[in-house]
Design a protein around this ligand. Structure first.
Ligand code: FUB
Length: 324
């Protein structure tokens, strides 16, 4: 067992870890994480440097405990449909099982989203033979509403290929919209009761400004790039995400899980490293932001470490920017 964890320090230092999806299961916090390898791969816009082959689950009993690494819970070689790049995962619980949702490139090099199941929140996870039919792009985030409907949010630009799905079919030449056109939004689809397929065609989630106008593709401080996370607080839905090229975590609010979401502001300023990725979880009566940066490796984009910090709300439900 290691040291008691502290805010804004790496949860673990014996491996590189990234893309934290934190959930409370069985009274503890479980963090479903990408496992960055200690490889020196030159960075490019396609994200080839993020060449991960397994997932680790981390857990903490509470915020006065050490962090436990439950080891590799799913390996690329055990996923029949996947060829490379196990990127940001998420997890949920249903029907006495834990479900891990994860993106990877299929054998044609196209990002898809798969599901793996376990009887324990700490895994190991057994993957389905095939990816979720009609799934595409990256960064699945699963959200179950109070009415027990479960939604999968997903999508990411550039290496995440979202711009190649503008027509609903994969177009290898697909580009981002013009800077003056509405930005691409993440996609959402309600999941079937067994959580193994989509109940419907994925729909685009609209993000608008306070006047109701769509956020534009050239508005890089506000437009969606990747890493969606949806949570609910006092009856409002919050969609938070990475702005990619401007390296912030921002958020928008809605009265409906499918949106439209109204842009509100910044949760987290840029951290070290190109990517920023987070999750938001309630534990007891406090809320926490789990995030990653590249501090453990001295700034290498593809060697990141997971940290946490407290997240607060203003009286009106807005979230003040966290100053690290
Ligand atoms: O870890 C690989 C990719 O980097 C994730 O899928 C993105 O969200 C970014 O964190």
């Amino acid at each position: 067992m290691g040291k008691v964890i502290k805010p804004n320090e790496p949860l673990v230092t014996h491996i590189y870890s990234a893309d934290p999806a934190a959930h409370v299961f069985e009274g503890k916090i479980y963090i479903y994480a990408s496992h960055d390898r200690d490889l020196d791969i030159p960075s490019n816009d396609n994200g080839d440097q993020y060449d991960m082959v397994d997932y680790h689950v981390l857990s903490i009993d509470d915020f006065n405990s050490p962090c436990r690494d439950h080891g590799a819970v799913l390996h690329l070689q055990d996923v029949p449909w996947a060829s490379k790049q196990l990127w940001a995962p998420d997890a949920t619980y249903r029907h006495q099982q834990y479900y891990l949702f994860f993106p990877a490139r299929d054998h044609q090099g196209i990002f898809r989203i798969g599901v793996a199941t376990s009887s324990s929140p700490a895994g190991p996870f057994k993957p389905q033979e095939k990816y979720i039919p009609n799934s595409f792009s990256i960064d699945p985030a699963v959200f179950t509403d109070d009415d027990q409907k479960t939604y999968l949010f997903f999508g990411g630009l550039w290496g995440g290929q979202l711009e190649k799905w503008k027509t609903g079919k994969f177009d290898p030449e697909g580009k981002e919209p013009d800077r003056s056109a509405p930005a691409l939004g993440p996609r959402v689809a309600e999941l079937s009761d067994d959580l193994l397929s989509f109940k419907e065609e994925p729909q685009e989630v609209l993000i608008v400004d306070e006047s109701g106008n769509p956020i534009l593709a050239g508005d890089e401080d506000r437009r969606y790039f990747e890493a969606p996370w949806v949570h609910k607080y006092r009856g409002n839905y919050y969609l938070s995400y990475s702005t990619g090229t401007t390296h912030c975590i921002v958020y928008a609010m809605s009265q409906n899980p499918r949106g439209p979401y109204v842009f509100k502001g910044k949760i987290l300023n840029p951290v070290s490293g190109w990517t920023t990725h987070h999750s938001i979880v309630q534990f007891g009566d406090k809320w926490y932001l789990f995030y990653h940066d590249a501090s453990l490796s001295g700034g290498a984009d593809n060697k990141r470490c997971i940290k946490y910090t407290e997240l607060k709300y203003n009286e009106d439900g807005t979230i003040p920017t966290i100053e690290l």
